[in-house]
Design a protein around this ligand. Structure first.
Ligand code: HAM
Length: 414
C-alpha cells in the first residue's frame, strides 16, 4: 500500500470543520484589520530562500525540499518548496512594484509550507501557516499592530494561557557589536560547542543562542558568558523603538515577557522579534513567530522598505482549540422515486439549502436512518405525497412530523 509521506498528514472527516473554522477566523480577523489576502506560489527559485531566509539557518542548510527541473539542455533551474512565506511575499511585493502604493501595504496568507525536519508532535514536514506581513512603516506602532492582530486571532479561537515573548535584536550596527562580543566570549569554548554552533560561530554567531543542545546550554549558563549574553548592546534609537512598542502593548493590555535569548531561526530579522507560546504543546511550544525585517526588501533587490509580520502554525492551533462539530445539512429527501427525490434536492440546493437524497434506492427505513445522522429535516416524498402534491416534513431532532403544502413554505421552515 502506498502511504502518505512521513511528516505529512491527510486532513479530512471530522477534522475539516475545525480547519475551516480556523481559516474563517483568520480571514475575519485579518481582513477586519485591513490586511488583504495574498496567494503566492508554493515553489520559488531556490536562490530566494538562500538569500532571503539566510544560508546560515537550519532551514536553508538542512530542511529545504530543493530539486532541479528542466534538464541540463533546457537551462536547468533549481526550485524549492517554500519553507516559509515571508520571502515569497517580499518577492511578490518587489515584482509588482507594490511599494508605489501608499503605505502601509498589508497582506495575509494561509497555506502549506515544507521543511525536511525530524517529525514529532507539533512538527511536520508539510505544515500550514496563517500569517501577515505589513510593509512600509518603520514606527513601532506597526509592530504593536501586528502583535495585537496575532492576539486577536488567537483569542477568536478561544485560546488562553499563552505567553508573548519579546526581544529586540537592534539595528545592523547594534547586532554587529553584540555579535562580536558573543564571538569573543565564546572563542575559548569553541571546541566544546556542537557542530552546528561551530558553523554558526563563523556565519551567524547570534543563532548560537537559539541552540537546544544540552552541552551548549551549559556553556551559556557560565557566569562570565551569561553576563555578556544579557548585556545591553542596543543603541539609543533602537532602545527608544523598543520602549515605544512596550508602551503600546501595555496600553493594549497585552502581557509579555522579555526573553533576551530569543533570536529566532531566520536571518532577516532586526529590532523586534517575538514568539507566542503555549505550555500545553510540549517541546514544540511556539504557536506564532514573527518580527521586523527592515532590510529584506532591499536585500532582495527592492526599494528599501521597512516591514514586520508573523506566522502561526495551524496544526499547533488545531491541537489547542476546542473541536468544532461538523454541521448537519438542512434536508434529506426520503423517497422511493429517485427522479423526484433528485429533482427536489436540486431545487432545494438552488434555493441555497443544503440537501441530499438516497443514491441507492434503499428502503424508507434505511433512508430515514441515514437522514437522522446527517440532516436536520427529512422531507418525505411517499406515494401519497407525490399523488396529492404535498410534503411530509420530519424534524429529526424532535421526531415531530408535519404536512407542508408548498415549496416556499418548506424552505422558509428550515
Ligand atoms: P517560524 O518561526 O519559522 O517563522 O514559523 C512560524 C510558526 O510556524 C512556528 O511558530 C510554528 O508554529 C509553525 N511551524 C514552523 N515549523 C513547523 C513545522 N515543521 N511543523 C509544524 N509547525 C511549524 C516563520 O516562518 C516566519 N516566516 C514568520 C514571519 C512572518 N516573520 C515575519 N513575518
Amino acid at each position: 500500500m502506498i502511504k502518505a509521506q512521513r511528516g505529512t498528514k491527510d486532513i479530512f472527516g471530522e477534522e475539516i470543520a475545525t480547519w475551516q473554522w480556523i481559516f474563517e477566523n483568520a480571514k475575519n480577523v485579518f481582513q477586519n484589520a485591513g490586511f488583504n489576502e495574498i496567494k503566492t506560489p508554493i515553489f520559488e527559485a531556490t536562490e530566494l530562500f538562500n538569500r532571503g531566509v539566510g544560508d546560515s539557518t537550519d532551514i536553508v542548510n538542512k530542511e529545504m525540499y530543493t530539486f532541479s527541473v528542466g534538464g541540463a539542455e533546457k537551462n536547468e533551474t533549481s526550485i524549492t518548496l517554500r519553507p516559509e512565506n515571508t520571502a515569497g511575499v517580499v518577492r511578490s511585493f518587489i515584482e509588482h512594484n507594490l511599494n508605489r502604493q501608499s503605505p502601509p501595504q498589508k497582506f495575509w496568507y494561509f497555506g502549506p509550507m515544507f521543511r525536511y525536519e525530524r517529525p514529532q508532535a507539533g512538527r511536520q514536514r508539510q505544515f500550514h501557516q496563517a500569517g501577515v506581513e505589513l510593509f512600509g512603516i518603520k514606527e513601532p506602532s506597526a509592530d504593536a499592530e501586528v502583535i495585537s492582530v496575532a492576539i486577536n486571532f488567537l483569542e477568536s479561537l478561544g485560546l488562553k494561557n499563552l505567553t508573548v515573548e519579546l526581544n529586540t535584536l537592534g539595528c545592523p550596527k547594534c547586532k554587529n557589536d553584540y555579535r562580536e562580543s558573543i564571538k569573543k566570549i565564546l572563542a575559548p569554548h569553541l571546541k566544546d560547542l556542537c557542530n552546528d554552533c561551530k558553523m554558526r560561530y563563523e556565519k551567524n554567531p547570534l543563532r548560537i543562542l537559539d541552540c537546544k543542545n544540552e552541552n551548549c546550554q551549559k556553556i551559556f549558563e557560565k557566569d562570565e558568558i551569561k553576563k555578556v549574553i544579557l548585556k545591553d548592546y542596543i543603541c539609543d534609537e533602537c532602545k527608544e523603538h523598543f520602549s515605544e512598542l512596550k508602551n503600546y502593548l501595555d496600553e493594549l493590555n497585552i502581557k509579555y515577557t522579555i526573553n533576551k535569548m530569543l533570536v529566532r531561526g531566520l536571518d532577516y530579522y532586526n529590532r523586534t522579534v517575538f514568539e507566542i507560546k503555549s505550555e500545553s504543546l510540549g517541546s514544540q511550544s511556539a504557536v506564532c513567530g514573527g518580527g521586523r525585517y527592515d532590510g529584506l526588501v532591499e536585500m532582495l533587490g527592492g526599494v528599501p522598505t521597512p516591514a514586520v509580520g508573523f506566522a502561526m502554525g495551524v496544526e499547533r492551533l488545531y491541537t489547542l482549540t476546542e473541536k468544532v462539530k461538523p454541521k448537519k445539512i438542512d434536508f434529506f429527501v426520503v423517497s422511493n422515486d429517485t427522479t423526484k427525490a433528485m429533482k427536489l434536492t436540486q431545487k432545494l440546493r438552488y434555493n441555497n439549502k443544503s440537501a441530499e437524497f438516497d443514491l441507492q434506492k434503499r428502503k424508507f427505513a434505511k433512508q430515514l436512518e441515514k437522514a437522522s445522522k446527517i440532516a436536520n429535516f427529512a422531507v418525505i416524498l411517499g406515494e401519497d405525497e407525490i399523488n396529492k402534491n404535498y410534503y411530509s416534513l420530519k424534524n429529526l431532532a424532535t421526531g415531530e412530523q408535519n404536512i407542508i403544502k408548498t415549496f416556499e413554505e418548506l424552505i422558509n421552515l428550515s
